[in-house]
Design a binder for this molecule. Structure first.
Ligand code: PBG
Length: 310
């Protein structure tokens, strides 16, 4: 009877798998702080993408670890950049799988900041020009969705304008609209080799104490042309997910980040929690709060668990 009156359902179709792409061939390097996750070379990433599609996942999101980092984040918008090559390989191997290209510069700059830095400060507007260039290059490689995650002001508008002018009218924008300055990104910075060399990201990422500000951020991104807005992290910000969905009623995503995964994984590996039950419950709560879908490192495991009898 509980199934008859259940309000929320979690399915593999709600889950997007993040993948880290590194140079080389046949490479699959374990990420220490995220057991079960790897940095994949392009060829290996295509194999995992095929598995993801077979498991019923609708999409993957790609993060690049380039061969070379520099002050201008060159690899982020290079035609043969790491994410561009992975996008082409995945769309070739599994055309029906949606490819989301994360669009940020911290993985590509030698200083590890999400934009152009001058005198120790991130310069917002010069960074917008790079974002536009990167979006075009990702769309040209075949990305279905670009996902600006740098929290620069005006980034969605400049990307939308560039995509439209470039003829990429159908490339969608998933905006990391309310992205908090969070300690829960710790394992990711390991995985993507992207920690800032100096300072932190609190000049542009949000204060965890604020939720009204999140609504203003979401409103701006929608006005600028975002197709989907995202809240990140997920579990510590379910109130924000809920408020965004109720206020705007637009396609809303949540990013269950590396630290959320690492927390559950560590407890599970210690035998302190039932991993399957805890993971299903945590992700169900994100859906219940109002997310239409979520990015999660548990995507493949969840797809399997959800297919098994309860
Ligand atoms: C920045 C970016 C970060 C994450 C996704 N994109 C890290 C940061 O802002 O430092 C974190 C994702 C995670 O923790 O899983 N491009």
């Amino acid at each position: 009877m509980r199934a008859l009156v259940r309000e929320t359902e979690l399915t593999p179709g709600d889950l997007v798998l993040p993948l880290f792409i590194r140079p080389g061939k046949g490479e699959k390097r374990p990420i220490r702080s995220m057991p079960g996750h790897f940095q994949y070379s392009v060829d290996e990433a295509a194999k995992v993408a095929r598995m993801a599609a077979q498991a019923g996942l609708p999409a993957v999101i790609l993060f690049g670890i380039p061969e070379r980092k520099d002050a201008k984040a060159t690899d982020a918008y290079a035609t043969d950049g790491i994410v561009q090559r992975a996008t082409r390989a995945i769309k070739d191997a599994v055309p029906q799988l949606i490819v989301i290209a994360d669009l940020c510069f911290c993985e590509y700059t030698d200083h590890g900041h999400c934009g152009i830095v001058r005198n120790g400060v991130i310069e917002n507007d010069p960074t917008l020009a790079l974002a536009a260039k990167t979006a075009i290059s990702q769309a040209r490689a075949g990305a279905d969705i670009v996902a600006p995650s740098g929290m620069m002001d005006g980034q969605v508008a400049s990307i939308r304008r560039a995509l439209d002018r470039g003829g990429y009218l159908n490339t969608a924008i998933l905006a990391y609209a309310a992205k908090y300055s969070s300690a829960f990104y710790g394992p990711f910075r390991d995985a993507a080799e992207s920690p800032p060399r100096f300072g932190d990201r609190s000049t542009h990422q949000m204060d965890p104490a604020n939720s009204r500000e999140a609504l203003r951020e979401v409103q701006l991104d929608l006005q600028e042309g975002a197709d989907i807005v995202m809240v990140k992290p997920a579990l510590p910000y379910l109130d924000v997910v809920s408020a965004v969905k109720q206020r705007f009623g637009v396609p809303t995503a949540a990013y269950s980040v590396s630290g959320e995964f690492a927390m559950l994984k560590a407890a599970a590996l210690n035998g302190w929690m039932d991993e399957r039950k805890a993971s299903i419950e945590a992700h169900l709560s994100i859906k219940r709060a109002g997310a239409d879908f979520m990015l999660t490192y548990y995507a493949l495991e969840l797809a399997r668990w959800l297919g098994e009898p309860a």
